[in-house]
Structure formats: structure tokens, C-alpha cells
Design a protein around this ligand. Structure first.
Ligand SMILES: [Zn+2]
Ligand SMILES: [Zn+2]
Length: 380
């Protein structure tokens, strides 16, 4: 076996700082994450680690200087040696975990890949009727989510076995993939970033520690919800791992369109047809609102498109107090069919205007005709 000083590319007179510096440089260069699939790099990484384990420790270095490698083989002290990855982490530990990332340009690593991980939140899209949005409702929803496996209690290990270092990523939880000049770090697909995996995967869940379960949850929809309203059901998301908290379930409502009502926030809109005599003479019409039927006074001379506001008859506020307003947009419906009597009455009605002149009865039309006349005079 080569000389440990040669492996670390330092002289026999090197200081502890120089040895550590050289180790760091070489360990990063030959780390398996940076050289995926390169067996010789991995071997060299192990050699560097072993050499540094000895030379990085003043007592061991002294023994090595006196007795050579023999001091550490059978019968000698410090036999089997440290795990090269633990050594690596230890050597960089004082500089903060982030150093690994900045060397390898990878995405940020979890501070502790074996620590608790909170479960993900889940989203459930719930379609509700317009009426349910107005009055509120209690709905039962059914969905699938993951739950801790009951055979292995979520550990993923066959009962009686434990977890071991992931052979694919060597325990780092990440795999480097070369993309041109850069090495991009990806989560190890073998251990999903944990760095460890079941020695013998649980037969029930295949080692994931989780299995799909059907959940039934009661959701209370408060009056006033709108499309996009989020309701949180605490703890009904994906389960946490290794003691992490469960995610939440978010129920997001989608309110179906209504036949006669439109809505914008707390305001409700409704188009109401009225007949010509009511528009001309004025009167009272029944109009529907989300709070029930209400009567609306139509003043004489009401036009198509006129909007009337009925205060406090719109959507209830989600915050509990108050309601929006209800807007009635009227349009005048011209009769499609007429009896002889009605036709005659209308002819007679029309003649009353011709005999007396317009005299301000139709101001919009009179104004329009005046402008049209001016246009034709200029053009002539
Ligand atoms: Zn299991
Ligand atoms: Zn792995």
C-alpha cells in the first residue's frame, strides 16, 4: 500500500493544518457524489479517507511514523477504521453543512436526512352548488392518502431488522450527475435522500413505511364560500416520517354556476325581464334574491339596462357579520305575440305620438335623430 503522505499529497514535514487542507481538497475531488459510477475514484476516496484518519490524528500519525502501516493492521490499534463518509462530514463539520453544497453546486441538503420530516399537505377540489355556497353545507368527502404501515410502524423494515447505509449514494442521500462542466446533485432514487434504507424491506409496504388508505372526512362549508376558498382540515394530509407532523388537507371549493344569479364576491347580480307597460307606467315586481323573494319598485320610465340595488340581500360574509348587496338589472321585453285587440291598442297608442308630435316623450330617440340630421347636412 502506498505511503499515507503520498496519498494525501503532503510531505512528511506537513503541519496538521496542511494535512487537513489537502485532505479536504482531495476528498471533494474524489467523493463518489462527484464521480458517480467511477469505481477507481471511489477506491481512491477510501484511501484518502483512511490516510487522513491516521495522519489527521497526532497520536496515530506518530505511531505511523514509527511503525508504518503495521501499527494499524492486525493486532495494532485502530483496526477497522472510521467510515469514510463520517470522516468526510466530520472534516467539513466545522465549516457548516452548506460547504458540501457550494462545492458540488447541488441543491440544499436536508440538515438531517434521518430526522423528522413533516408530511405533505393535500388538496381536494370540492364542487358545490350555488345554494351550498349561500347557505353552507356539511359534506362528506372521500379520498386516498398515505398512512404509516401497521406491520413495520412506518420504519419500512421487516420486523426484527434495522436500517443500513444506502449502497447507491454511500449515505449522502444524493447522487451527482454530470451535465457538462457542472455536477448536478439529485436525490438518491434508492433511499429517496435518506442515505439509509431498510436492511430487509417490510413485506407489507415494500420498505416505504407507508401504505395507501381510504379516508372519509366531514367538511363543514360555511355560508359565503366562493370558488377558490380554502378550508383547512388539520392533520389529514400525508403522514409525517420519523416523528414529523402530519400535513393538512386543504379543501378548495368550486362553486357551480347558477341559472339566474351571478356573483362577484359578496355582490349578487340578476337580470329581470319586465313588460313595457310596467317600464312605462311604473309598478312593483317580485324579484328573487339569495335571501328569498322580495318586491322591487319600478319607477315610471324605466329603461332596459337600468340597475336597482337592494341593500343587504347579497352573499353572506365568510367573516360572519353582514351581507353584500343584490343588483337587479332590468330589461324590457317586447311582446312576441299580439292579439288583434292588443295590436289595435298599440296602433292607437302610436298614433297619439304622431298627432301630438314627440314633445320630449322619447328624449334619447329625439337626441339621436337630431345628431343624425346634422350628419346628413354636413355630408350633403
Ligand atoms: Zn411496512
Ligand atoms: Zn441512497
Amino acid at each position: 500500500m502506498a505511503d499515507y503522505y503520498e496519498i494525501l499529497e503532503v510531505t512528511h514535514e506537513a503541519t496538521d493544518t496542511e494535512i487537513k487542507k489537502s485532505y479536504r481538497r482531495l476528498a471533494v475531488k474524489y467523493h463518489p457524489d462527484k464521480n458517480p459510477g467511477d469505481k477507481s475514484a471511489e477506491e481512491h476516496f477510501k484511501e484518502i479517507s483512511h490516510a487522513y484518519e491516521i495522519l489527521g490524528n497526532p497520536e496515530k500519525r506518530q505511531l505511523y511514523d514509527q511503525y508504518g502501516e503495521a501499527a494499524f493492521t492486525n493486532g495494532g490499534m485502530g483496526g477497522g477504521g472510521m467510515d469514510p463518509f463520517d470522516l468526510f462530514r466530520e472534516a467539513f463539520g466545522g465549516m457548516g453543512g452548506g460547504i458540501f453544497d457550494s462545492f458540488f453546486g447541488g441543491q440544499s441538503r436536508r440538515s438531517d436526512p434521518n430526522g423528522p420530516v413533516d408530511g405533505s399537505d393535500l388538496r381536494y377540489n370540492l364542487e358545490i352548488t350555488f345554494e351550498e355556497a349561500v347557505f353552507g353545507a356539511d359534506r362528506t368527502i372521500e379520498f386516498q392518502r398515505m398512512s404509516a404501515c401497521e406491520v413495520c410502524s412506518g420504519s419500512g423494515c421487516e420486523p426484527g431488522t434495522s436500517r443500513k447505509r444506502c449502497p447507491r449514494c454511500g449515505g449522502s442521500g444524493q447522487i451527482g450527475m454530470s451535465q457538462g462542466f457542472f455536477t448536478i446533485m439529485h436525490e438518491c432514487p434508492n433511499c429517496h435522500g435518506a442515505g439509509v434504507m431498510a436492511e430487509k424491506p417490510c413485506r407489507q409496504c415494500g420498505g416505504s413505511g407507508q401504505r395507501k388508505v381510504k379516508r372519509t372526512v366531514q367538511v363543514h362549508i360555511p355560508p359565503g364560500v366562493d370558488t377558490g376558498t380554502r378550508m383547512r382540515v388539520a392533520g389529514e394530509g400525508e403522514p409525517g416520517l420519523r416523528g414529523g407532523r402530519n400535513g393538512d388537507l386543504f379543501v378548495i371549493t368550486h362553486v357551480r354556476e347558477h341559472e339566474i344569479f351571478q356573483r362577484d364576491g359578496l355582490s349578487v347580480y340578476c337580470s329581470v325581464p319586465i313588460d313595457f307597460p310596467t317600464a312605462a307606467l311604473g309598478g312593483t315586481v317580485d324579484v328573487p334574491t339569495v335571501t328569498g323573494k322580495t318586491s322591487l319598485e319600478i319607477p315610471a320610465g324605466t329603461q332596459t339596462g337600468d340597475v336597482f340595488t337592494i341593500r343587504g340581500k347579497g352573499m353572506p360574509s365568510l367573516r360572519g357579520q353582514g351581507r353584500g348587496d343584490h343588483y337587479v338589472k332590468v330589461f324590457v321585453e317586447v311582446p312576441k305575440k299580439l292579439s288583434d285587440e292588443q295590436r289595435n291598442a298599440l296602433k292607437h297608442y302610436s298614433e297619439t305620438f304622431q298627432s301630438k308630435g314627440n314633445g320630449g316623450s322619447h328624449p334619447v330617440r329625439e337626441n339621436f335623430l337630431e345628431k343624425a340630421k346634422r350628419f346628413f347636412q354636413i355630408g350633403a
